[in-house]
Design a protein. Structure first.
Ligand code: SF4
Ligand code: SF4
Length: 279
């Protein structure tokens, strides 16, 4: 049963991070700015929730770009599901690179119960090297979030070679916030292997509140959830996950959710399905 979805509301970003795996030449050919009616998707999600009496459907406005570049559209989508959000039938979130957010946006997200996560790769030295010298800007945005919400936001840190080399310092950086951290394994050209990532997670788990899903994604330290309960909307199509946009889509974006039947072979879910297809 599908109980989670992510919608990539755009395919563009104002940064050009060194390790970005969304904007590689291979994926670029799959990600044109094809028309996608997000309101139809939201209608399908609401019908699915009602039909199957789903207690809470998890919905991420996250994908191949920076969602706040299209803040006006995002507001429209949030408004459209606002009764489901306020009733906790939809738990929505977005993740930003933190360079565009302002107080008006933070107030709006708070009012509509939309969780906002920030991408930050720990200390300035590493973050600036990989994420376009944006550390102080992102930290200012995180402090603004704190002022609005009286707590620190969830944060996402991509774990690559630089973080592994400064593992203790990186963990200490996140410990100061007392919040939940999602560490994700760097993949692609500069990627690290699963064993290295898991050793880092084991160290981090004893010191900070680390998010680890079960059948979710090996990139976050869980098992691969491809084809189980989660789908990814982008570019007018539905994919197994955000990393699978260069594999064939599993349906068109306007397909009613209970008609989506991903047909994927058995595989070891401690590994990444996408990587098994690219060997
Ligand atoms: S902010 Fe995210 S989408 Fe944008 S370039 Fe960096 S990693 Fe890629
Ligand atoms: S296919 Fe890979 S990237 Fe996609 S959900 Fe599975 S582990 Fe994660």
């Amino acid at each position: 049963m599908i109980t989670r979805a992510c919608i990539s509301i755009n395919n563009r970003c104002n940064l050009n991070c060194t390790y970005c795996h969304f904007h590689t030449p291979e994926k670029a050919v799959c990600l044109s700015e094809a028309e996608m009616n997000v309101y139809t998707i939201l209608d399908n999600i609401k019908s699915h929730i009602d039909k199957y009496d789903i207690e809470t459907f998890k919905l991420g406005f996250v994908g191949n770009g920076e969602p706040l570049l299209d803040y006006g559209s995002l507001r429209g989508y949030i408004e459209y599901i606002s009764d489901y959000l306020l009733a906790d039938r939809i738990a929505a979130y977005t993740i930003t690179n933190g360079t565009l957010i302002n107080k008006e946006m933070l107030d709006y997200f708070k009012k509509h119960k939309v969780n906002v996560g920030f991408s930050i790769d720990g200390m300035a030295e590493i973050h600036n090297k990989l994420r376009c010298n944006t550390h102080s800007k992102v930290m200012n945005a995180i402090e603004l979030y704190h002022a609005v919400n009286a707590c620190y936001p969830s944060m996402n840190c991509t774990v690559g070679r630089d973080v592994l080399d400064k593992a203790e310092d990186t963990i200490a950086f996140f410990k100061q916030f007392g919040n939940r951290i999602t560490f994700s394994r760097m993949i692609g050209k500069y990627g690290i292997c699963l064993d290295e990532f898991h050793s880092f997670l084991d160290r981090a788990k004893s010191r900070v509140n680390v998010r680890i899903g079960k059948y979710d994604c090996t990139m976050y330290g869980g098992m691969c959830g491809a084809g189980i309960n989660n789908i990814f909307y982008a570019n007018g199509n539905i994919y197994l996950c955000g990393n699978c946009v260069d594999l064939p889509p599993i349906a068109k974006a306007d397909t009613p959710i209970d008609r989506i039947k991903p047909d994927i072979p058995m595989f070891d879910r401690s590994t990444c399905f996408k990587e098994t297809q690219c060997l």
